[in-house]
Design a binder for this molecule. Structure first.
Ligand SMILES: [Zn+2]
Length: 504
């Protein structure tokens, strides 16, 4: 039995409460503490900073006067509400029970955090100004939940960057450390991000706070996807029937979010990739989606997350087409369309569209897969092709590509990655530039394209040189900020450290 528990602060992590308890009791041994609180220690080897378990044992150990319930702990003092926000009720409850009764394995696995591309931070994070104010007002500080959310970059109260403390989250053998002078300090981080990033991020955090503090609802994934399809339809990014115009979506998404911001949010959309996360995200599959990405997507749609939970019905992909038009009607239309194709050999899609105007629209909207299957693609360009001197054009394009690369390399500010899309954008051309007959150009672009690693190194070198020019002190951390990398990525830190060695 525990005689007392320290007063719990708002948004305080359960881990933090235990750490303060340990410090107040002056308990040296972590094992004794775990025995004291949970009457177990072997199983606690699996304990986690973000998702504690065996909470029923813990609560039954509290003095009878204590009003602290398991529900309060899980909902107000762990990451549970955030990571289960986009789960069904059943799954949410499952995670809840695992934390209550103990699960034996990590909850991180259960909520999909372990296998996700969106990682949580490696260190407990905090706001240096909150820390200072706590010390002044309370004489102590504590770990909050909000800074531990992936993609939480700024403190919403002080509008300054969150930073890593010295406490590693990911090592489960870790001790209970308090947020104090040993682990935190009041030094502010240098913010080199454009102001737009801060605004985007504070908006993101408003939605996160809603999930933590107010949201008690859950929606099934199918409902959520349908909700997205409806909103995309309103914006002309999905057809009436609910078919998504993926290219349009990607274009709109990338013009809403700067790519450097997406990098900080661990959600870069690589348009060169056959299936990037955004494409998979809007498709109706059962894959786990990080809550971060749901919030990114909603923000892009200009919708508060609250609206999603308050919506009661969705349409999604429309399958009611058949009610309006009996099946034989489809067959009839298909037959007519096939006749048009047959009667106009060699016609391309836009010519066929002209010929079968109304019919084309109907089939295109309501019977798209079939349309794609039977309708021939462009194949009547032979004459044109012959008239093009590909060799000459290849030389011209190669020249354009080279000067675009030069331009990109000389550009002021943070380096831009050399890759087909950025080169094309610099020249101001579209995908035709990738034509198979432009052999030399293609080869050149392929050779010059930077891997993500070499691009990182270039960004790091740029940051270092900028800092040298401005007479700033070089530390891994400062370089990381200047180059615009988010905190907590060990791989990047190591790269920075090794590049820094070249300068020393
Ligand atoms: Zn703060």
């Amino acid at each position: 039995m525990i005689n007392f528990l320290p007063l719990i602060y708002e948004d305080e992590l359960f881990f933090s409460v235990i750490s303060r308890y340990k410090q107040i009791c002056g308990m040296g041994s972590k094992r004794a503490l775990e025995m004291d609180l949970f009457r177990i220690y072997k199983r606690m080897g699996r304990k986690s900073v973000l998702f504690p378990q065996y909470l029923d044992t813990f609560v039954s150990n509290l003095p009878p006067t204590s009003k602290l319930s398991i529900k309060d702990i899980i909902n107000k003092h762990t990451m549970h509400p955030f990571y289960t926000s986009f789960f069904s009720w059943e799954k949410t409850q499952l995670v809840f029970n695992a934390m209550k009764k103990g699960y034996g394995r990590s909850i991180e696995n259960m909520v999909g955090l372990a296998g996700s591309k969106v990682k949580s931070t490696n260190y407990l994070r905090y706001c240096p100004m909150c820390f200072r104010e706590d010390m002044e007002k309370l004489g102590e500080s504590y770990w909050r939940r909000l800074p531990q959310v992936p993609g939480a970059l700024y403190c919403p109260i002080h509008k300054v960057l969150y930073k890593d403390s010295k406490v590693v989250i990911t090592d489960c053998r870790n001790d209970f450390y308090c947020a104090d002078e040993d682990t935190c300090n009041t030094e502010l981080m240098v913010d080199t991000n454009p102001i737009q990033f801060k605004l985007l991020n504070l908006r993101y955090l408003e939605n996160v706070s809603y999930l933590f503090k107010q949201n008690v609802n859950r929606k099934d994934l199918t409902f959520i996807i349908n909700f997205y399809v409806d909103r995309l339809r309103e914006r002309g990014i999905a057809s009436t029937g609910g078919t998504l115009y993926i290219d349009r979506l990607i274009e709109a998404f990338l013009s809403y979010y700067p790519s450097d911001y997406l990098e900080l949010m661990q959600s870069v959309v690589d348009i060169e990739q056959e299936t990037n996360w955004l494409k998979r995200f809007v498709r109706n599959n059962n894959k786990n989606r990080s809550p971060l990405r749901h919030l990114l997507f909603l923000q892009f749609l200009g919708i508060d997350v609250e609206e999603l939970y308050k919506t009661n019905s969705t349409t999604g992909k429309q399958t009611i087409v058949h009610n309006r038009t009996p099946k034989f009607d489809i067959e009839e239309r298909r037959e007519k369309w096939l006749t048009i194709i047959k009667d106009n050999p060699g016609a391309n899609r836009s010519e066929l569209k002209q010929i079968g105007k109304g019919l084309h629209t109907w089939i295109y909207v309501n019977d798209r897969d079939w349309y794609d299957h039977v309708t021939p693609r462009v194949k009547t360009r032979k004459q044109k092709k012959d008239s093009i001197d590909w060799k000459k054009r290849d030389e011209e394009c190669l020249g354009l590509a080279k000067s675009a690369v030069g331009k990109l390399l000389r550009a002021e500010g943070k380096p831009i990655r050399l890759m087909p899309s950025t080169i094309r954008r610099t020249i101001g051309v579209t995908r035709w530039f990738n034509h198979a007959k432009l052999q030399k150009t293609r080869q050149y672009i392929e050779e010059i394209t930077e891997t993500i690693e070499s691009y990182r190194v270039r960004k790091i070198k740029w940051a270092i040189e900028e800092m040298i020019n401005q007479g700033e002190k070089l530390t891994v951390y400062k370089v990381q900020l200047k180059a615009g990398f988010g905190g907590g990525n060990k791989e990047i830190r190591e790269t920075i450290a090794s590049v820094l060695r070249e300068y020393k």
